[in-house]
Design a protein around this ligand. Structure first.
Ligand code: PEP
Ligand code: MG
Length: 556
């Protein structure tokens, strides 16, 4: 008997495979007998630390080939922590005093943890890495499943309560068939990374908690449907539908346009360097959002002008002849950068993030703009820049002024804060284009943390209040004859893309995997039809009503 579970589809594609669960951190037993053989206990603790070190080194060399050097460096640094002789001494001393190995490991890691936490912001951020090693060492000594990404030895559907961006970034698409998480929201960075890896993914599926290792599941990353123990017929039908869909989508190519020829630029979002080959190979007119902070997530200090220019040059060269919109560093909140983020802000999402970092560190922005201009000058790409988290017209004009002075003629701003949307005309008067970051715009408009899966209904990009702010921004673009695009996840929903175009947006930027479906949807409807869909969606009371109104108008 198959069982249907419901979640939110965040990355398209259908896939079937056996479950492998991400194990939770081990519980420290409280009822262990006193240590009878001290030497054996010390040997067990040492073996556990050794096993953790070796496993991390193995992951580092695998990551060097897939996820890139930065991820490999982080894993190697973690392996060194596990092999630290000072840590091993502390564990041995505690066991000699009678503590069982799990308790000795826990207490010794605890001492290191306190030292790190007190040693300044850079080292304090390594606490999470240390906790991860502690959990692995204790799991090893107790003989319980390792926490973290499982390695069952065959391709699997990864099921987890939630995934940290760092976990998702190291996933190998050759063995991970798809992702189902119990929590998480549609605009969390995990969802964004899954999409950039082209992995079908479903989030906010609480019933996935009941899925055990090796159980077969069928998941649909478009509808959010997950079926446990699907029948062979169901799997075959899904596979046939998936192949038919791929064939239909492959027949839609070229620049985006509506059925009556109204042009809508279709662009890709680019984050990690490893996505560059697939992003540049995709059938797009360029990059609508190059998330530069993902290049620097694991760095302790700011990259130099030359390092940045070298990174940007690779991207611009891959998109020679096409446009590339570079977003300046969006440090802070969900994307902390050690060298830019203010530590211990009580409410980082409302703190010094995005363009606001330039208030404290103006030279960081100047160096980045200079590096972008330098790289642009030596490649043939049409490079434009935009700033994240712009709030006021003065900020927009100031950013555009700095970019122009750095030799970058086209400078725009992201609309992610309701204030910027409400004053879109004045904001746009001082710069060259707008790009709607609907992920953050939803977060700030609905006052709902984008990382919080429990609030996924509020973060739904079909929220009519969000559509009203999109409309205000797009209207400003039309009045001033300047572009207004969407680069948040809203752009990748084929139905919502029609609504956005009807509201007046001029480009849609998304993960490459979403392009064919959006292109095909646009090509099937006229601009006038899109406008009618937009009116119907905005007239609805809630996201479900907006979807229903649009679907009803599209029904044959
Ligand atoms: C957004 O907020 O919609 C956006 C595109 O930026 P990010 O998801 O990187 O915050
Ligand atoms: Mg954003």
């Amino acid at each position: 008997m198959s069982t249907a579970l419901a979640g939110i589809g965040v990355s398209p594609g259908t896939v079937a495979g056996p479950v492998a669960r991400m194990a939770p951190p081990p519980q420290l037993p409280t009822d262990l007998p006193p240590v009878s053989d001290v030497m054996a206990e010390i040997a067990a603790a040492e073996a556990a630390l050794h096993e953790v070190g070796s496993a991390l080194e193995a992951r580092a060399s695998a990551a060097a080939g897939t996820a890139g050097k930065e991820v490999a460096d982080v894993l190697n640094a973690q392996a060194m922590m596990a092999r630290d002789p000072g840590l091993a001494h502390k564990v041995t001393d505690r066991i000699k005093l009678g503590q069982p190995a799990p308790q000795a490991l826990d207490a010794s890691f605890g001492e290191f943890r306190q030292m790190l936490a007190a040693a300044g912001p850079y080292l304090a951020e390594r606490v999470a890495d240390l906790d991860d090693i502690r959990n692995r060492a204790i799991a090893s000594v107790l003989g319980v499943p390792m926490p973290g990404i499982p390695t069952p030895g065959h391709p699997f559907v990864l099921v987890a309560p939630d995934l940290a961006p760092a976990d998702t970034a190291t996933l190998d698409p050759a063995v991970v068939l798809g992702i189902v998480t119990e929590g998480g929201g549609p605009t969390s960075h995990t969802a964004i990374l899954a999409k950039s890896l082209g992995l079908p993914a479903v989030v906010a599926c609480p019933d996935a908690a009941a899925l055990t290792d090796e159980r077969m599941v069928l998941l649909d990353g478009t509808t959010g449907d997950v079926v446990a123990d699907p029948s062979a017929d169901l799997v075959t039908n899904a596979e046939t539908r998936q192949q038919a869909r791929r064939r239909a989508l492959a027949s839609s190519t070229g620049p985006g346009h509506t059925a009556d020829g109204h042009a809508v630029k279709l662009l890709v979002n680019l984050g990690a360097a490893r996505d560059l080959p697939s992003a540049s190979a995709a059938d797009s007119e360029g990059v609508g959002l190059f998330r530069t902070e993902f290049l620097f997530l694991d760095r302790p200090d700011a990259p130099t002008l030359a390092e940045q220019a070298a990174n940007y040059e690779k991207v611009f060269a891959a998109f020679s002849g096409r446009m590339v919109v570079v977003r300046t560093l969006d440090a802070g909140a969900d994307k902390p950068l050690r060298f830019a983020t203010v530590p211990d802000e009580p409410n980082p999402a409302l703190g010094v993030r995005g363009l606001r970092v330039a208030r404290r560190l103006p030279e960081l922005l100047t160096t980045q703009l200079t590096a972008i201009a330098k790289a642009a000058a030596i490649t043939g790409a049409d490079v434009r820049v935009m700033a994240p988290m712009v709030t006021t017209p003065a900020e927009a004009a100031d950013f555009a002024g700095r970019a122009h002075a750095a030799g970058l003629p086209v400078a725009g701003v992201m609309v992610e804060v309701p204030a910027a949307a409400l004053r879109a005309s004045t904001v746009l008067a001082g710069c060259d284009f707008l790009s709607l970051g609907t992920n953050d715009l939803a977060q700030y408009t609905l006052a709902a943390d984008r990382m919080n899966g429990d609030l996924a209904d509020l973060l739904d990009p079909w929220q009519p209040a969000l559509l009203d702010l999109v409309a205000l921004s797009a209207d400003a673009g039309q009045q001033l004859g300047k572009p207004c695009g969407v680069c948040g996840e809203a752009a990748s929903d084929p139905l919502l893309a029609l609504v956005l175009v009807g509201l007046g947006v001029t480009s849609l930027s998304m993960a490459p995997v979403s392009l064919p479906e959006v292109r095909a949807a646009l090509a099937a409807h006229t601009l006038d039809e899109c406008r009618q869909l937009a009116v119907a969606a905005r007239a609805a009371a809630d996201p479900a009503g907006a979807r229903a109104a649009v679907s009803a108008l599209l029904a044959p």
